[in-house]
Ligand binder design. Structure first.
Ligand SMILES: Nc1ncnc2c1ncn2[C@@H]1O[C@H](COP(=O)(O)OP(=O)(O)OP(=O)(O)O)[C@@H](O)[C@H]1O
Length: 382
């Protein structure tokens, strides 16, 4: 996208000399306050809106030189509230584009069934009508419909804004999975900075008047906001959010203060001999049950009910420092519990140690994350 401007007939400049290089096979998020020109930008990509000035190239070819129908066929389009055809079944909604392309009924429906599975929809919903589905399910149908003809590009305009936070998280996770499996080039519009940081490989922050404020990978955005507007838009908890990009792998986990529910008096005494104020009790399988002070534990008489809750554990190595910190903050003992992929206790770690790791990571990454250098920062589970 090279110096693209959109001036509506009434004189409103919705987009002002916008230049963006949208990377192939990744998710680019356009984010910014209401009215900053996100939707206009997205619609110029599939020519629902024609630019007043500037050029948009797709794979090096000017989109103005391509027939609109051919262009749109190469781009799936998903909008808020899914925009489904209310009088068609779910299966027929998804099969719309293949049918238009003359695929034939059976082949189109087979493709639609395959897509229902891909977007996490139960096949039993195929014969229902949109009004018989929840908002989240309708949104999944919208994504499936956009993917039906296997377009290389997917344009998504606030697709998850109308659903509740839990459903929204599910839809976001699903989109990341689909992107990983199918390698689509996705342009995604949102006004939610958390969504932008979670989904974007690259994030374009726009400001009112259709100006580009910053275009960067999310880790760089959080570490080096270009100006006061971007910093303000990222919000006061930018530092905490940034921890999502630091892995917990380097944390030193202690296993000595862990005892099984059927531990002997010697084992409890040995575990309590260290300088940790609490012991983590696990079941016989090694899964955490809760915390206790060592002197409160009597061999053979440990009851899960007497233990302090351990809150939510983090997955050792896989989860981020943000997740580890969250566990420690929520834990009544101030210690976080790390588990392995099977949910067995892998170790415990104090707030203090997590704090030191955070300081270390900030210092180390500070040098790394200068503009142009942050591409190296890998996203880890939030
Ligand atoms: N058809 C139109 N005619 C005139 N002005 C328009 C038209 N469509 C949009 N605008 C204006 O252009 C500006 C950008 O609108 P756009 O819908 O692209 O913003 P947005 O960032 O997507 O906003 P939102 O987050 O509220 O959807 C706004 O000031 C809007 O009022």
């Amino acid at each position: 996208m090279d110096s693209v401007t959109k001036r509506y007939p009434d004189g409103t400049v919705a987009v002002d000399r916008l230049s963006l290089e949208i990377p192939d096979r990744s998710i680019t998020v356009l984010v910014g306050p209401s009215g900053c020109g996100k939707t206009t930008t997205l619609r110029m990509i599939n020519r629902m809106v024609e630019p007043s000035e500037g050029t948009i190239l797709l794979d090096g070819k000017d989109i103005q030189q391509q027939p609109v129908n051919t262009l749109r066929r190469s781009m799936g389009y998903v909008i808020q509230n899914a925009g489904l055809f209310q009088h068609r079944t779910i299966l027929d909604n998804i099969a719309t584009v293949p049918r238009m392309l003359g695929w034939g009924k059976e082949k189109s429906r087979a493709r639609a069934r395959e897509l229902m599975e891909r977007v996490g929809l139960d096949g039993a919903l195929a014969k229902r009508y949109p009004y018989q589905l929840s908002g989240g399910q309708q949104q999944r149908v919208g994504v499936a419909r956009a993917l039906a003809a296997d377009p290389p590009v997917l344009l998504m305009d606030e697709p998850f804004s109308a659903v509740d936070p839990v459903v929204r998280k599910g839809l976001q996770d699903e989109l990341l999975r689909i992107q990983e499996e199918l390698g689509k080039t996705i342009v995604f519009v949102t006004h939610d900075i958390d969504e932008a940081v979670k989904l974007g490989t690259m994030v374009a922050v726009m400001r009112t008047g259709g100006h580009l404020a910053q275009f960067a990978p999310p880790a760089e955005l959080l570490s080096h906001p270009a100006d006061a507007f971007v910093e303000d838009f990222l919000g006061a908890d930018r530092g905490i959010r940034r921890l999502s990009f630091f892995p917990s792998a380097g944390l030193e986990l202690l296993t000595a203060p862990i005892v099984a529910v059927d531990a002997t008096a010697e084992q409890i005494a040995a575990a309590g001999a260290g300088d940790t104020p609490y012991l983590l009790v696990t079941d016989q399988d090694g899964k955490p049950l809760g915390w206790s002070e060592p002197q409160e534990l009597t061999a053979g008489e440990i009851k899960a009910g007497q233990l302090l809750s351990y809150g939510r554990p983090f997955v050792a190595g896989t989860d981020s420092l943000r997740a580890a910190l969250d566990c420690a903050v929520l834990s009544p003992t101030g210690w976080a519990v790390a588990v392995d992929a099977e949910g067995r206790a892998a170790g415990v770690v104090s707030q203090q140690v997590i704090g030191e790791a955070i300081r270390g990571a900030h210092a180390e990454r500070g040098a790394d994350a200068k503009p142009g250098g942050a591409g190296k920062v890998q996203k880890v589970a939030p």
